[in-house]
Design a protein around this ligand. Structure first.
Ligand SMILES: Cc1cc2nc3c(=O)[nH]c(=O)nc-3n(C[C@H](O)[C@H](O)[C@H](O)COP(=O)(O)O)c2cc1C
Length: 144
C-alpha cells in the first residue's frame, strides 16, 4: 500500500476540507493518505517517506500563504524527484496559489505531476466533493 502526504495551508479551513476529500479519493483507491496542516511540517524529513506528496494553499492577495513558501524551500531539499505530485487550493476569484505550487513541484522538484492543479471555490459547491475525490484518484494513478 502506497502512502500519500497531503499538506494544507489554510486560514479559514476551506483548503483543509478539499485536502480531506483528496485523501478520501486516495483511500477509496486502496492507499494510505495522511492529511496535515502546514504548520505541522517543520523540517524536510517531515516530507520524506511518502510515495506521493500533494501540496495545497488558499490564495490571499494573489499569492499562496507564507507558510507554504517555507514548505516549498524545505521540499527543495527533500528528494521528491519522480514521486507522484499534485497541487490544490481554495480561492475566491483569481486562485494563483495552486498554479504556483504546481509549477514549482514540476519544474524544480521534478515530480510526476497529475495533469493540472485543482482550484475550487469551496469543497461543498459545484460538484467540489467529487472533483476533490477524483483528484485523489488521479494521484493514485501516478503512483509508481
Ligand atoms: C483578505 C482576503 C484576500 C483574498 N485574496 C484573494 C485573492 O487574491 N484571490 C483569490 O482568488 N481569492 C482571494 N481570497 C479568497 C480566499 O482565497 C477564499 O476565501 C478561500 O476559500 C480561503 O480558503 P481557506 O479557508 O483555505 O483559507 C481572499 C480572501 C480574503 C479574506
Amino acid at each position: 500500500m502506497a502512502k500519500v502526504l497531503i499538506v494544507c495551508a489554510t486560514r479559514t479551513g476551506e483548503t483543509m476540507d478539499i485536502g480531506n476529500l483528496i485523501a478520501e479519493g486516495v483511500r477509496i483507491s486502496g492507499h494510505e493518505a495522511q492529511v496535515v496542516k502546514f504548520n505541522e511540517i517543520k523540517k524536510e524529513s517531515d516530507l520524506e517517506g511518502f510515495d506521493g506528496v500533494v501540496l495545497g494553499s488558499a490564495t490571499y492577495h494573489g499569492d499562496m500563504i507564507q507558510g507554504m513558501k517555507t514548505i516549498l524551500f524545505l521540499a527543495e531539499k527533500a528528494n521528491l524527484e519522480g514521486k507522484a505530485g499534485g497541487a490544490f487550493g481554495a480561492f475566491g476569484w483569481s486562485g494563483e496559489a495552486p498554479d504556483r505550487i504546481y509549477d514549482t513541484m514540476k519544474n524544480i522538484f521534478k515530480m510526476n505531476m497529475v495533469g493540472n492543479p485543482l482550484r475550487l471555490k469551496s469543497a461543498s459547491i459545484q460538484g467540489g466533493i467529487k472533483m476533490a475525490q477524483d483528484y485523489g484518484r488521479e494521484i493514485v494513478a501516478k503512483l509508481g
